[in-house]
Design a protein around this ligand. Sequence first.
Ligand SMILES: Cc1ncc(COP(=O)(O)O)c(C=O)c1O
Length: 415
Amino acid sequence: MALQAQHCLQLDNWLDSKWHGIALRDHFAKGEDGILYMDANSIGPMPINAPEKIQQFMDIGWRQMRRRGWTQLDWLKQPQTLGQDIAHLMGANKSVVRVADSTSINLYKLLSYGLGIQSPKRIIVIQRHVFPSNAYVAQGIEKSGQTQLRYIDDISELQNALAPQDVAVVALSHVDYRNSQRLNMEEINPMVHANGALSLWDLSHSVGAVRIDLEKTRSDMAVACGYKYLCGGPGAPSLMYVGSHLSNAHWPAICGWMGHSDTFAFDADYKKSSNMDQFLVGTPSVLANTSFSCATEIWRDVSVDQLNERHESLTQTLIQLLQEQCNEFELEISSPLVHAQRGGHVALRMDGAANMAQAMISKGVVLSARKPDSLRIGLHPLNTSHMDVWKVVSTLRDLLDTQEWRDPRFVASNI
Ligand SMILES: Cc1ncc(COP(=O)(O)O)c(C=O)c1O
């Protein structure tokens, strides 16, 4: 049966269901009039109460409370409480998730921690086409002499890379940021462990979009961006997870006062916290955490089953519509067609993808392109409607049909 606008409308009832007395769709602020946002893989939508909560923080927290905020408000607890509110989205125990720093920095901390645990093993296996910052972090550790990197071009090469039994850590992107291919943790973790290595997952393109089972799949460590599907706000701090079996296995890579077992003892010597706090370093970013807390208040009550089911429905609808409406054009769905093998976004391959992204933006659909030929549509399970999906596909089809996207005014920017 051809999927048409009417059918898409019927699929959207969930967004009208009430959460805390308000329809789900109204928990997020509307964007600019007439603009559709398909960029949740970059920056998720803004919770509706964020401006008010930030204003309140400015007024009460900063202007009035000043230093008393550290003791009388929740500022020091936010790295824990934010982690607790979203741990279920990663299939993690609430006690082993913290929110702080950036993903690149957390990756450094956990790669180094893994190397410390596994010494004298010193090999890190990493994908060659991982998000560049992840490779840069690993290359920096290599330059400092602490590791040697072993690259894999494809996950099928992992077994061979592990075979010499000399690997300390395997750092993998759960989802490829380009084509959205999702790896199978359930199969990969046992392979990593059987060869004496630890797994470190980057969940940036899956958490808040699809089901993740860190504990069930016996994952060792993980990091993820807070500003994408999790809606923490631009530049929101990142998530980190260390399985409880590893929490006291070594010394943290960056020791700071927030990771000390008694921060305000002002000890001359570092004594590491025995829990996940040891991976905290310096003063928390209270403003950014306050913004993030508006989203975690929503996430707290989201079941991962509902999230996953809705994401599947949205992305399968998108794929079906693309197959129906855009089949005759030179455009290929480069993401896996099966939901369990796909992350948060759906990627298309076409020559001139960056120009098409600009053309789509000119028609009111915000999406992104990645070099050389990838167009990414990042749907948000709590915010995107099936009707939005229909509009995206019809806009794309019109641009392809009229060839308007080839107009020189759509200068490629790749952002
Ligand atoms: C998969 C992935 N990992 C890491 C990063 C880098 O995160 P950060 O800038 O917070 O260090 C990004 C940024 O978009 C990303 O997409």
